[in-house]
Write a protein of this length. Sequence first.
Length: 298
Amino acid sequence: MTATTKHEMAMRTVERIVAPPQAHWVGDGFHVHGFFPHGPLSAKRMSPFFLLDYNAPTNFPPREEPYGVGPHPHRGFETVTIAYKGKVEHHDSHGGGGVIEEGDVQWMTAGSGLLHKEFHEQERSRQGGLFHMVQLWVNLPAKDKMTPPKYQAITNAQMGRVELPDGGEVEIIAGEFDGVKGPATTFTPVNMFNVRPKKGTTVELAFPANFTTLVLAVEGSGRINDSDVLPTDHVALLATDGERFTIEATEENSTFLVLSGEPIDEPIASYGPFLMNTQAELAQAIDDFNSGKFGHLE
Ligand code: MN
């Protein structure tokens, strides 16, 4: 922001409220509503975000063998896993691995490529219980698609935190809210917050008008701009006609995941777990995968 004050910024209207699409299984561990790219919202409109899979709170019965999805590759983007309930254990072909604990976020840069597997943490799987998670894919600009793979394991305690004047708080994973920065480093400008206003109170947010901006009601429900009702598990896609908008919590313990990012204005070529700019790059990714260049993982 330069000299512009909040009062001079235009309101950003709601483009649409999107109900959760029919859920599908990823492996046997993730029962997800796919809002995009195969759902109601197009990949081009949602850039820099490419995929949003939302595992609404789901009860998993106790099982000795952990629920999850076995080894699979990724190249050309980042996967961001937000564990609201339950824990996710992961391992990759570079020898990395760990557990995403409840309340934590894993920001994985697949970049040039790796194989990984994602399972419910062993002990939680044995106990059974509620599992509630978001996985978001963030595209990388062409110049960074082949960057070396890396992880950012972001614990809840590391997140930026702003107490709201009327009660509640904002947890900042990436980007900046009210002068407080989130710990995640990103390749293009991305804001990612958990916004938790107290019931009956409103929080105002502002991002550059051209940023793709959406709000997912992960707990409770709310209203955007004092008018558009946002029920639980629904997404509000904001228009690009202004900067600022408000979220009101209309239930106790509401949590809204706010995502806002600068669109990457480059061609998209995608095939399964590969996200590149051209068909030739996709063919190369498939060749590299088939010839073992992503490494090996049992
Ligand atoms: Mn994966």
